[in-house]
Design a binder for this molecule. Structure first.
Ligand code: NAP
Ligand code: BGC
Ligand code: ZN
Length: 370
């Protein structure tokens, strides 16, 4: 079968011919329909995040998959069911407490591998296997958008943890700010809209016209340009935020988030930055946390419950949004296009950029007809 891999020492994916995997006991064989691409895939390809399976010199990419059960193998699934796999699996030395509790998303990196990202082959292949209990059913009518379940599940987890961190008092959030207009930021913005936040904002660093700004505004949110209004200036320029969701990977935002929060507010940090030393006023931040009862939560990955919630959220998202967000679905004969770096996209620390009208927001690779 064909698979899209990144080989050690190379910085671009290629197509490889690999044997079709055999499902073991309790595992299902899935025929892949589509696999999405996100910022993490680009970081993996560039060698800035994740790693190869032990003893191997290539990694099958892809962690945002949807497929059809091809061999149910005496599990709860039936052949023809549409399903989405979760990402984390136990490490080579076996299962551990996080997996046994059904909370692999809470495992530290050394207590898990991540398919398509870190230490385990991913789903960008014509077939993949998965334990049935790490595969989440999706209604057939959502099959074409099923690759968005994983990124939406990332938002579900982070928002659940953020709300839990404010559960000791009567917290009624009305304003929310998403930092970052990449695919995770926009999907989270849409999720927040569907949850009925009164006022939503999304921060980017792009000039109009830009399709991400169109999506932000069509969702009813306000676009904030970080080149004109820095994150700490947002409370004065707009309003203090009950919730801030960082999805830029721009490390300064982790700290600036504290200054954008309203008293009692919560910031969820999702970005995975590179090492970067810079100065911050630690005393001021410390005082802000304490005197205004603020909190920050870091959040990575998601578990089966978050995937199930994401299926519900995805079913409620407006059709126009999915159409506008998914700017390209590419066949294997055109796989490079799914990874093409948008000329609009910049490294997290670059301060200038050139104009380009061809903006990709979210792309996917299609392996089989839906
Ligand atoms: P992405 O497509 O690269 O999106 C990042 C967005 O942030 C881009 O649109 C970028 O703008 C914008 N941005 C970066 N720095 C900015 C700044 N200083 N001011 C304004 N906007 C800025 O990546 P993604 O897939 O959406 O993911 C976002 C981040 O979350 C990444 O760091 C990724 O690794 C991480 N992530 C984490 C998890 C988790 O489980 N914690 C899951 C998925 C992704 P331009 O496009 O204009 O450059
Ligand atoms: C994936 C998560 C993963 C995280 C860190 C994200 O892009 O969606 O499943 O845990 O990267 O590697
Ligand atoms: Zn991802």
């Amino acid at each position: 079968m064909k698979a899209v891999v990144v080989r050690q020492g190379e910085s671009a994916p290629t197509v490889a011919e690999l044997p079709r995997p055999e499902p073991g006991p309790g595992e299902v064989l899935v025929r892949t329909l589509r696999v999405g691409v996100d910022g993490t895939d680009r970081e993996v390809i560039e060698g800035n995040h994740g790693g190869y399976p032990e003893g191997e010199d290539y990694l099958v990419l892809g962690h945002e998959a949807v497929g059809v059960v091809a061999e149910a193998n005496d599990t709860v699934f039936e052949e023809g069911d549409v399903a989405v796999p979760t990402v984390r699996r136990p490490p080579a030395d076996g299962s551990n407490e996080y997996f046994e509790r059904g909370e692999p998303d809470m495992a530290p990196p050394e207590a898990c591998v991540e398919r398509g990202i870190d230490g385990a082959h991913g789903f960008m292949a014509e077939y993949f296997t998965s334990p049935a209990d790490l595969l989440v059913p999706v209604p057939e009518e959502l099959a074409e958008w099923g690759f968005l379940v994983e990124p939406v599940s990332i938002a579900e987890k982070a928002l659940e943890h953020a709300a839990a961190a404010r559960s000791a008092f009567d917290w009624n959030p009305e304003s929310a700010l998403v930092l970052g207009n990449g695919s995770l930021g926009l999907l989270t913005l849409a999720t927040l809209e569907s949850r009925g936040y009164d006022r939503t904002y999304c921060l980017g660093r792009r000039d109009r016209p830009d399709p991400t700004i169109d999506v932000i505004e069509e969702l009813g949110a306000t676009y904030v340009d970080s080149r004109r209004t820095s994150v700490p200036e947002i409370p004065d320029a707009y309003e203090p935020m009950d919730l801030v969701y960082e999805a830029t990977g721009y490390a300064k935002h982790a700290f600036e988030t504290v200054e954008a929060l309203a008293p009692g507010g919560v910031g969820a940090l999702l970005g995975v930055p590179e090492s970067w030393s810079f100065e911050i006023d630690g005393g001021r931040l410390h005082e802000e946390f304490v005197m205004n009862n603020k909190t920050l939560v870091g959040s990575v990955n998601s578990n089966v419950g978050h995937f199930e919630a994401a299926v519900e959220t995805l079913a409620d998202l407006p059709g126009w949004l999915l159409d506008d967000l998914v700017t390209g679905v590419h066949g294997l004969d055109d796989y490079e296009a799914a990874f093409a770096t948008d000329a609009n996209r910049r490294s997290a620390r670059t301060e200038t950029r050139s104009r380009n009208d061809e903006t990709t927001i979210k792309t996917a690779l299609q392996f089989a007809q839906i």
